[in-house]
Design a protein around this ligand. Structure first.
Ligand code: ZN
Length: 280
């Protein structure tokens, strides 16, 4: 999968080099360079954007500018990937044994592509080598790159020096997962609700942890560090469990409350300290 991810990064970097007059790419310039037709329209709830052929549709209901910008580049990444037949057939081969694997992996790749558009990874690595690799870097880097904390979280996972999972959580209604059978609904019943709960809206795994991920709408137990950070409106760090769909894993978790969201890092292996980082 890492090889496929690197190809997506190359596609994004080439598009920026070819079509953007600035290093911080302008969506309009990239789209006219790629001859993409962009429009805004009403899309079903939960769908921020879509594309069909060379037409991109962005949900006109999105109020948050940063979310809209991320969605725009996510859809451009869809176009770049799906135009590249070798890449999509490699992805199909890689995911053929996993249920819904192609679609899920494609969405992950498009998020990676969108984050690369907004924050080139080389610049991001330089930043954490001077600031340290921790959850507070998300807000610092978002400010530094004038990007959304969501995109920053995804890119932070991509450049992580350790095995970790980064998530963004919001409080809101969580649908029942339609793919779950009734039996699995009861066995994993603590993860899906029909009422307002703090839940994962974006999740990204570092390359070293690409075999693990937390799905959208994952809900944490009420006493989990992530929920504590939310209710206390602060930054917390402690050993905590990651509620994967079919098992749990204990690791160091950092959870940071900011503007009605919680940003969290689950370190499956410890990140290097600032002293160690200057060595590589
Ligand atoms: Zn998508």
């Amino acid at each position: 999968m890492n090889r496929i991810e690197n190809q997506v990064i190359d596609l994004v970097q080439n598009a920026v080099q070819k079509y953007s007059s600035t290093k911080n790419p302008n969506f309009g310039e990239i789209c006219s360079g790629l001859r993409l037709d962009v429009m805004e329209g009403v899309l079903p709830d939960g769908i921020d954007g879509m594309h069909s052929g060379n037409r991109i549709i962005i949900n006109s209901q999105i109020q948050n500018e940063e979310r809209k910008r991320f969605t725009q580049f996510h859809e451009v990444a869809h176009y770049l990937i799906e135009e590249n037949g070798d890449l999509t057939s490699e992805l199909r081969k890689y995911t053929c044994s996993q249920e819904d694997g192609y679609k899920r992996s494609l969405e992950v790749l498009c998020n990676i592509g969108a984050a690369e558009f907004l924050m080139p990874r080389e610049k991001f690595r330089k930043l954490y080598k001077t600031k340290g690799f921790n959850v507070e870097l998300i807000l610092y880097a978002a400010h530094h790159f004038r990007s959304s904390p969501i995109a920053t979280t995804i890119q932070l996972a991509q450049v992580a020096p350790n095995k970790c999972i980064a998530v963004v959580c919001e409080n809101g209604l969580v649908p029942n997962a339609p793919a779950l059978s009734q039996a699995s609904f009861f066995t994993t019943g603590n993860q899906y609700y029909n009422k307002s709960k703090l839940h994962v809206i974006y999740s990204a795994s570092s390359p070293a942890a690409s075999d693990r991920w937390l799905g959208k709408y994952t809900v944490f137990p009420d006493d989990h560090l992530v929920n504590q950070a939310y209710s206390q409106s602060k930054m917390l760090k402690d050993e905590s469990e990651i509620p994967f769909p079919s098992w749990k894993e204990l690791c160091t978790c950092e959870a940071l409350y900011n503007r009605n969201r919680v940003y969290a890092l689950f370190h499956l292996t410890p990140p290097p300290s600032l002293d160690q980082m200057t060595l590589f």
